[in-house]
Design a protein around this ligand. Structure first.
Ligand code: ZN
Ligand code: ZN
Length: 400
């Protein structure tokens, strides 16, 4: 009996000590540094050579919400590379809060051309141009059933739509970071390599979603495999090529009932969207039970009190493995030994951080000033109030 009591108390102690560790290191001094807080502070942790860090910078829906932006994943690999997978509407505020120099955020992979997966390209493109990117933005994305449905067409016309923005910035800033290079690849190809450099391999395969064109991606680095599903109905290619994933991201959508109750959709629309265009919670669970990843991540729903239990119950009915139901600013550290999920603690008022290379100097030669003499002639005289400030500034920076 005594032995049993001892065994029980040892067991309780073990559980307690684990709980304490999970919440951060023990605080041993009231004036010292509290070690190992169970959150991620941007820019304070080195990435191991054999490690991948994954950020959820957008996990929500096309309808805007302050708490959750639309789809965006940022992947950092131990070799120093960074990759954005989708830049959905609103997501750049979360990316910016990580205070990574814009020059390091120049590689974007787009899963498909719904705005909730690339709507914030304008923010990355123009914002990064004004805040330190030194060269062109590079985009990889799928073709479509016709030329007009592909990524190259979309980006070409994106730049046309933002022509006024581009022309006016070209004159004031250096035009180089305002350029976009596109690599469009065949959306029908299975497990094709779309990127391979510095020990990182990125592959794509078709996804089934709304129309022809969407793809899923995998990223392989240091013997680790991360799968970024994009939007898709459960499909045979995901089952085949995501099978040995260390971390597998797949959409899990609001239940039809939640779509009616919270999203204001008609029952007919909710059933179609929730079970035919997107992946329902039990279907997500079936996919994960089949591919058995080391860790599964579900996203693409507003994650809150009213929704998450319905989604969780649906998933848990068909899958009992390791699981994160994502929300914005979750971060995962992925190694051979473990997958650790935490939340990022970042500032609302982040500034852009300079990188190793200073931004290129403005280049006005050969570019027409988009502001006419007629408009310039309308400037009101403020020399009397800012003349001194300009003089001091020029002196400080040794300007002519
Ligand atoms: Zn979509
Ligand atoms: Zn979507």
């Amino acid at each position: 009996m005594k032995q049993l009591k001892q065994l029980i108390s040892l067991f309780v102690l073990l559980i307690l000590s684990q709980t304490v560790l999970a919440a951060g290191g023990a605080v041993k001094s009231p004036t010292g540094v509290a070690p190992d807080r169970y959150v991620y502070y941007p820019g304070t942790e080195e990435l191991d050579k054999d490690e991948i860090r994954l950020f959820a910078c957008g996990t929500g829906l096309p309808a805007a919400r302050r708490d959750q932006a639309a789809t965006c994943w940022l992947v950092e690999t131990g070799n120093g590379d960074k990759f954005l997978f989708d830049v959905g509407t609103g997501s750049m505020v979360n990316v910016a809060a990580l205070m990574i120099p814009y020059d390091m955020l120049n590689k974007v992979f787009i899963s498909h051309l719904h705005t909730d997966h690339w709507g914030d390209l304008s923010t990355l493109w123009a914002g990064g141009w004004t805040a330190g990117r030194t060269g062109p933005l590079k985009i990889w994305g799928p073709s479509g059933a016709t030329k007009e449905m592909g990524t190259a067409y979309a980006v070409d016309h994106f730049l046309k739509a933002f022509n006024w923005d581009m022309q006016t910035r070209n004159f004031k800033l250096n035009p180089a970071p305002g350029k976009i290079e596109v690599e469009e690849f065949d959306y029908t190809k299975e497990n094709q390599i779309v990127y391979q450099q510095n020990d990182v391999t990125i592959r794509s395969w078709p996804a089934i979603h709304a129309g022809d064109g969407p793809v899923s991606f995998s990223l392989e680095y240091a013997g680790l495999k991360l799968v970024i599903g994009g939007d898709t109905f459960p499909n045979k290619w995901y089952i085949k090529y995501a099978k040995d994933a260390d971390v597998a991201i797949h959409e899990v959508f609001l239940t039809p009932t939640e779509l009616v109750q919270w999203y204001g959709q008609s029952p007919q629309q909710a059933l179609g969207v929730g079970t035919q265009i997107h992946t329902s919670p039990p279907a997500f669970g079936k996919v994960m039970s089949e591919i058995k990843p080391r860790h599964a991540i579900g996203y693409h729903f507003f994650n809150e009190e009213g929704t998450r239990f319905g989604i969780y119950d649906g998933v848990r009915g068909t899958y009992d493995g390791p699981l994160s139901l994502a929300t914005d600013n979750m971060v995962w550290n992925i190694t051979k030994d473990e997958v650790v999920e935490r939340m990022t603690v970042s500032p609302d008022q982040a500034w852009s951080v300079p990188g190793a290379t200073p931004p290129p100097k403005p280049l006005t030669e050969g570019i027409t000033d988009p502001l006419s003499d007629e408009m310039k002639a309308g400037k009101w005289n403020v020399k009397d109030v800012q003349g001194e400030m300009i003089k001091e500034f020029k002196k400080k920076y040794d300007m002519k």
